[in-house]
Write a protein that binds this ligand. Structure first.
Ligand SMILES: C[S@@+](CC[C@H](N)C(=O)[O-])C[C@H]1O[C@@H](n2cnc3c(N)ncnc32)[C@H](O)[C@@H]1O
Length: 229
Protein backbone atom coordinates (compact mmCIF):
# COMPACT_ATOMS: atom_id res chain seq x y z
CA UNK A 1 0.00 0.00 0.00
CA UNK A 2 1.24 3.49 -0.81
CA UNK A 3 1.76 6.15 1.83
CA UNK A 4 -0.43 9.27 1.62
CA UNK A 5 2.21 11.21 -0.36
CA UNK A 6 2.65 8.66 -3.14
CA UNK A 7 -1.09 7.83 -3.12
CA UNK A 8 -1.79 11.52 -3.86
CA UNK A 9 0.68 11.29 -6.76
CA UNK A 10 -0.94 8.06 -8.05
CA UNK A 11 -4.42 9.62 -7.90
CA UNK A 12 -3.35 12.14 -10.57
CA UNK A 13 -2.02 9.51 -13.01
CA UNK A 14 -3.83 7.53 -15.71
CA UNK A 15 -1.92 6.74 -18.91
CA UNK A 16 -1.12 4.11 -21.48
CA UNK A 17 2.58 4.69 -20.93
CA UNK A 18 3.97 6.57 -17.92
CA UNK A 19 7.58 7.35 -16.91
CA UNK A 20 8.65 7.50 -13.26
CA UNK A 21 11.99 9.27 -12.97
CA UNK A 22 13.87 8.35 -9.79
CA UNK A 23 11.73 5.42 -8.57
CA UNK A 24 14.15 3.95 -5.99
CA UNK A 25 11.97 1.23 -4.28
CA UNK A 26 9.51 1.42 -7.26
CA UNK A 27 6.47 1.47 -4.94
CA UNK A 28 4.70 4.04 -7.12
CA UNK A 29 5.20 2.19 -10.45
CA UNK A 30 4.16 -1.08 -8.77
CA UNK A 31 0.90 0.46 -7.49
CA UNK A 32 0.16 2.18 -10.83
CA UNK A 33 0.56 -1.10 -12.75
CA UNK A 34 -1.24 -3.40 -10.33
CA UNK A 35 -4.18 -1.01 -9.94
CA UNK A 36 -4.52 -0.72 -13.74
CA UNK A 37 -4.06 3.08 -13.71
CA UNK A 38 -1.30 2.69 -16.30
CA UNK A 39 -0.70 -0.02 -18.90
CA UNK A 40 3.08 0.37 -19.16
CA UNK A 41 5.76 2.03 -17.01
CA UNK A 42 9.24 3.18 -17.88
CA UNK A 43 11.38 3.61 -14.77
CA UNK A 44 14.54 5.72 -14.99
CA UNK A 45 17.17 5.47 -12.26
CA UNK A 46 20.58 7.05 -12.31
CA UNK A 47 22.41 4.42 -10.24
CA UNK A 48 22.56 0.64 -10.39
CA UNK A 49 21.30 -0.13 -6.83
CA UNK A 50 17.86 1.44 -7.37
CA UNK A 51 17.77 -0.06 -10.89
CA UNK A 52 18.13 -3.55 -9.34
CA UNK A 53 15.51 -2.69 -6.63
CA UNK A 54 13.08 -1.58 -9.32
CA UNK A 55 13.71 -4.62 -11.54
CA UNK A 56 13.05 -6.96 -8.60
CA UNK A 57 9.91 -5.10 -7.46
CA UNK A 58 8.43 -4.87 -10.97
CA UNK A 59 9.35 -8.34 -12.18
CA UNK A 60 6.50 -9.91 -14.19
CA UNK A 61 4.79 -6.53 -14.75
CA UNK A 62 4.75 -4.40 -17.92
CA UNK A 63 7.73 -2.29 -16.83
CA UNK A 64 10.94 -1.25 -18.54
CA UNK A 65 13.67 -0.21 -16.09
CA UNK A 66 16.38 2.00 -17.61
CA UNK A 67 19.67 3.30 -16.20
CA UNK A 68 20.18 6.98 -17.00
CA UNK A 69 19.85 10.63 -16.05
CA UNK A 70 16.35 12.10 -16.05
CA UNK A 71 14.68 12.11 -19.49
CA UNK A 72 17.89 11.11 -21.32
CA UNK A 73 16.79 7.47 -21.87
CA UNK A 74 13.21 8.50 -22.91
CA UNK A 75 12.44 9.16 -26.60
CA UNK A 76 10.30 12.16 -27.63
CA UNK A 77 6.56 11.19 -27.57
CA UNK A 78 7.38 7.81 -25.98
CA UNK A 79 5.36 8.47 -22.78
CA UNK A 80 1.99 10.15 -22.11
CA UNK A 81 2.95 11.36 -18.64
CA UNK A 82 5.81 11.38 -16.14
CA UNK A 83 6.33 11.73 -12.39
CA UNK A 84 9.31 13.05 -10.42
CA UNK A 85 8.82 12.59 -6.67
CA UNK A 86 10.68 12.77 -3.40
CA UNK A 87 13.53 14.89 -4.75
CA UNK A 88 14.66 18.44 -4.08
CA UNK A 89 13.00 21.09 -6.22
CA UNK A 90 16.32 22.23 -7.71
CA UNK A 91 17.09 18.70 -8.94
CA UNK A 92 13.58 18.32 -10.40
CA UNK A 93 13.94 21.62 -12.31
CA UNK A 94 17.42 20.65 -13.51
CA UNK A 95 16.06 17.35 -14.90
CA UNK A 96 13.06 19.07 -16.56
CA UNK A 97 15.24 21.73 -18.21
CA UNK A 98 17.69 19.23 -19.69
CA UNK A 99 15.46 17.71 -22.44
CA UNK A 100 12.43 20.01 -22.96
CA UNK A 101 11.47 18.24 -26.20
CA UNK A 102 11.16 14.89 -24.40
CA UNK A 103 8.71 16.08 -21.73
CA UNK A 104 5.21 14.61 -22.06
CA UNK A 105 2.05 16.72 -21.90
CA UNK A 106 1.27 15.65 -18.30
CA UNK A 107 3.66 15.84 -15.33
CA UNK A 108 3.13 15.06 -11.66
CA UNK A 109 5.82 16.67 -9.51
CA UNK A 110 6.40 16.23 -5.77
CA UNK A 111 9.32 18.41 -4.69
CA UNK A 112 10.58 18.16 -1.09
CA UNK A 113 12.21 21.61 -1.22
CA UNK A 114 12.08 24.82 -3.30
CA UNK A 115 8.40 24.40 -4.17
CA UNK A 116 8.36 27.91 -5.64
CA UNK A 117 11.23 27.10 -8.00
CA UNK A 118 9.28 24.16 -9.44
CA UNK A 119 6.11 26.24 -9.97
CA UNK A 120 8.17 29.08 -11.49
CA UNK A 121 9.61 26.59 -14.01
CA UNK A 122 6.08 25.36 -14.84
CA UNK A 123 4.69 28.91 -15.18
CA UNK A 124 7.49 29.92 -17.54
CA UNK A 125 7.30 26.68 -19.55
CA UNK A 126 3.57 26.78 -20.35
CA UNK A 127 2.69 23.94 -17.95
CA UNK A 128 -0.56 24.76 -16.15
CA UNK A 129 -1.45 23.62 -12.64
CA UNK A 130 -4.56 21.48 -13.18
CA UNK A 131 -4.55 19.81 -9.76
CA UNK A 132 -2.64 20.19 -6.53
CA UNK A 133 -2.60 18.83 -2.97
CA UNK A 134 -0.59 19.45 0.19
CA UNK A 135 0.07 16.18 2.01
CA UNK A 136 1.10 15.96 5.66
CA UNK A 137 3.66 13.28 6.50
CA UNK A 138 7.07 13.57 8.11
CA UNK A 139 7.06 16.99 6.42
CA UNK A 140 4.52 18.83 4.27
CA UNK A 141 4.68 17.60 0.66
CA UNK A 142 3.11 19.42 -2.28
CA UNK A 143 1.89 17.23 -5.15
CA UNK A 144 1.52 19.24 -8.36
CA UNK A 145 -0.37 17.97 -11.42
CA UNK A 146 0.64 19.85 -14.58
CA UNK A 147 -0.55 19.89 -18.17
CA UNK A 148 1.21 21.63 -21.02
CA UNK A 149 -0.99 24.38 -22.41
CA UNK A 150 0.39 24.40 -25.94
CA UNK A 151 2.33 22.12 -28.21
CA UNK A 152 5.31 24.45 -28.25
CA UNK A 153 8.15 23.98 -25.80
CA UNK A 154 9.50 26.56 -23.36
CA UNK A 155 6.83 29.12 -24.18
CA UNK A 156 5.47 31.24 -21.36
CA UNK A 157 1.69 31.31 -21.25
CA UNK A 158 -0.80 32.44 -18.66
CA UNK A 159 -2.18 29.88 -16.23
CA UNK A 160 -5.82 30.36 -15.16
CA UNK A 161 -5.02 28.69 -11.81
CA UNK A 162 -3.34 31.96 -10.74
CA UNK A 163 -6.21 34.27 -11.66
CA UNK A 164 -7.57 36.62 -8.95
CA UNK A 165 -4.83 35.84 -6.46
CA UNK A 166 -1.43 37.33 -5.55
CA UNK A 167 1.16 35.67 -7.81
CA UNK A 168 4.18 35.44 -5.50
CA UNK A 169 2.60 33.54 -2.57
CA UNK A 170 0.63 31.39 -5.04
CA UNK A 171 3.86 30.42 -6.81
CA UNK A 172 5.37 29.50 -3.42
CA UNK A 173 2.45 27.70 -1.75
CA UNK A 174 0.38 26.61 -4.76
CA UNK A 175 -2.59 28.34 -6.41
CA UNK A 176 -4.92 25.36 -6.07
CA UNK A 177 -3.65 24.46 -2.59
CA UNK A 178 -4.37 28.05 -1.50
CA UNK A 179 -7.80 28.11 -3.12
CA UNK A 180 -8.85 24.81 -1.57
CA UNK A 181 -7.73 26.09 1.88
CA UNK A 182 -10.06 29.12 1.64
CA UNK A 183 -12.61 28.99 4.45
CA UNK A 184 -10.99 25.86 5.92
CA UNK A 185 -8.81 26.80 8.93
CA UNK A 186 -8.17 23.06 9.53
CA UNK A 187 -6.46 22.71 6.13
CA UNK A 188 -2.85 21.41 5.91
CA UNK A 189 -1.87 24.77 4.39
CA UNK A 190 -3.10 26.70 7.45
CA UNK A 191 -1.10 24.50 9.83
CA UNK A 192 1.96 24.73 7.56
CA UNK A 193 1.78 28.55 7.33
CA UNK A 194 1.22 28.88 11.08
CA UNK A 195 4.28 26.72 11.83
CA UNK A 196 6.40 28.74 9.39
CA UNK A 197 5.14 32.01 10.91
CA UNK A 198 6.12 30.94 14.43
CA UNK A 199 9.51 29.62 13.26
CA UNK A 200 10.42 32.75 11.27
CA UNK A 201 9.14 35.25 13.83
CA UNK A 202 11.28 33.63 16.53
CA UNK A 203 14.51 34.33 14.54
CA UNK A 204 16.03 37.45 16.18
CA UNK A 205 17.83 38.71 13.03
CA UNK A 206 16.43 37.45 9.74
CA UNK A 207 18.53 37.38 6.56
CA UNK A 208 17.03 38.55 3.24
CA UNK A 209 15.79 35.13 2.22
CA UNK A 210 14.08 34.42 5.60
CA UNK A 211 12.50 37.88 5.52
CA UNK A 212 11.26 37.33 1.96
CA UNK A 213 9.79 33.95 2.93
CA UNK A 214 8.12 35.50 6.00
CA UNK A 215 6.59 38.17 3.74
CA UNK A 216 5.18 35.40 1.51
CA UNK A 217 3.72 33.61 4.55
CA UNK A 218 2.04 36.87 5.70
CA UNK A 219 0.75 37.52 2.21
CA UNK A 220 -0.73 34.00 1.89
CA UNK A 221 -2.37 34.21 5.34
CA UNK A 222 -3.74 37.64 4.51
CA UNK A 223 -5.28 36.36 1.26
CA UNK A 224 -6.75 33.33 3.05
CA UNK A 225 -8.36 35.63 5.64
CA UNK A 226 -9.69 38.29 3.27
CA UNK A 227 -10.32 36.72 -0.15
CA UNK A 228 -13.87 36.34 -1.38
CA UNK A 229 -14.29 33.74 -4.13
C1 LIG B 1 14.56 10.00 -2.48
S1 LIG B 1 14.35 8.91 -3.83
C2 LIG B 1 12.62 9.08 -4.14
C3 LIG B 1 11.99 7.76 -4.51
C4 LIG B 1 10.53 7.84 -4.91
N1 LIG B 1 10.35 8.60 -6.13
C5 LIG B 1 9.69 8.44 -3.80
O1 LIG B 1 9.17 9.54 -3.98
O2 LIG B 1 9.56 7.81 -2.74
C6 LIG B 1 15.07 9.78 -5.19
C7 LIG B 1 15.52 8.83 -6.30
O3 LIG B 1 15.83 9.60 -7.46
C8 LIG B 1 16.97 9.05 -8.08
N2 LIG B 1 17.55 10.10 -8.91
C9 LIG B 1 18.17 11.23 -8.49
N3 LIG B 1 18.58 11.97 -9.54
C10 LIG B 1 18.20 11.29 -10.65
C11 LIG B 1 18.34 11.53 -12.04
N4 LIG B 1 18.96 12.61 -12.49
N5 LIG B 1 17.82 10.64 -12.91
C12 LIG B 1 17.19 9.52 -12.46
N6 LIG B 1 17.04 9.23 -11.15
C13 LIG B 1 17.53 10.10 -10.26
C14 LIG B 1 17.84 8.59 -6.92
O4 LIG B 1 18.73 7.58 -7.33
C15 LIG B 1 16.79 8.06 -5.94
O5 LIG B 1 16.55 6.68 -6.12
Amino acid sequence: MLDARLQAVADFITADCHADIGSDHANLPHALLTSGRVKKIIVVEKTSGPVRNSQRRLSGLNADVRLGDGFCPIKPSEVDSASLCGMGGDLIVRILREFPDRLPKRLVLQPNTNWGGVRTWAFKSAFRVIGERLIVGRMHYPVINLERATNTFNTESSDPAYERMPLEPAIEFGPRIMRSALGDPASPLHSFLQTQLERLESIPVRDDSSQRYLDLVHSALNWLTNAIE
